[in-house]
Design a protein around this ligand. Structure first.
Ligand code: SF4
Ligand code: SF4
Length: 231
């Protein structure tokens, strides 16, 4: 998903993904079904941004179908030319669709986590593909983007969350209450799972403002009424 969104962010007008025919995959994982689900989700996401979902297309065929490959690629190129340059063709200001793509790219881990069951499903009936994800579902998804917050009263500076955060979004130092940099956070929820239950310092916040971070000079952990020096 990231690669597709990055391609559009770079100004590519259309992304074509070619895969093997369904049920002909040599691997037990049948990755082409997963690719299909990702493309169906990707189409809804770019539509949510205001871009035409036809700019993203998946076609499956076998390695011996060179003629078919040429046909579908010609058709794709024709359609993309008819749509015009990305954003421009949709009558959108460049800043608007690029900001939408940047925000969506940042939220990919959260989106994948939320949609994990559908993404793992095997969609064998083409008539049901369109209904796998809906516009309403995507609206809902963006309306309920969570934030993660470390409760300063509970954090014990064990550093577990900071070591596990894939985005380097947790400001961490020995004996210092940890703080999540909301700008860097990609909403993956790893810190919530990583924080030991006996501390339970990470909170998931939906639909409420995130409390401001503790000022830098006030983050030193106080243990047994004694301030611990920051070594
Ligand atoms: S949710 Fe937690 S672990 Fe995930 S990016 Fe944000 S701060 Fe890091
Ligand atoms: S895992 Fe929990 S207690 Fe440990 S540093 Fe992170 S928020 Fe604080």
């Amino acid at each position: 998903m990231n690669h597709v969104l990055k391609a559009f962010s770079a100004g590519i007008d259309g992304v074509f993904i070619g895969g093997c025919r369904f049920n002909e995959c040599n691997y037990a994982t049948h990755g082409n079904y997963h690719a299909l689900n990702m493309v169906l989700l990707g189409k809804r996401l770019i539509k949510h941004i205001g871009l035409n979902p036809e700019r993203l297309r998946l076609e499956v065929m076998s390695g011996s179908e060179g003629n078919l490959f040429a046909e579908v690629v010609d058709d794709f190129v024709r359609r993309i030319r008819a749509l015009g340059p990305i954003g421009n063709g949709e009558g959108l200001e460049e800043g608007r669709w690029k900001a939408g793509l940047a925000e969506t790219t940042k939220l990919v881990p959260y989106i994948k986590l939320t949609m994990r069951e559908k993404l793992a499903s095997r969609q064998e009936n083409p008539e049901e593909w369109d209904a796998l994800f809906t516009d309403e579902e995507i609206e809902e998804l963006f309306r309920h983007v969570p934030a993660y917050y470390i409760d300063p009263a509970k954090c014990q500076a064990c550093m577990t969350c900071a070591r596990r955060c894939p985005a380097g979004a947790i400001i961490s130092a020995k004996n210092q209450i940890h703080v999540i940099d909301q700008e860097k956070c990609i909403k993956c929820g790893t810190c919530l799972d990583a924080c030991p239950p006996r501390f339970g310092a990470v909170r998931k916040i939906v639909g409420e403002p995130v409390p401001p971070p503790l000022p830098e000079g006030e983050r030193t952990i106080v243990r047994k009424n004694k301030e611990v020096s920051n070594l």
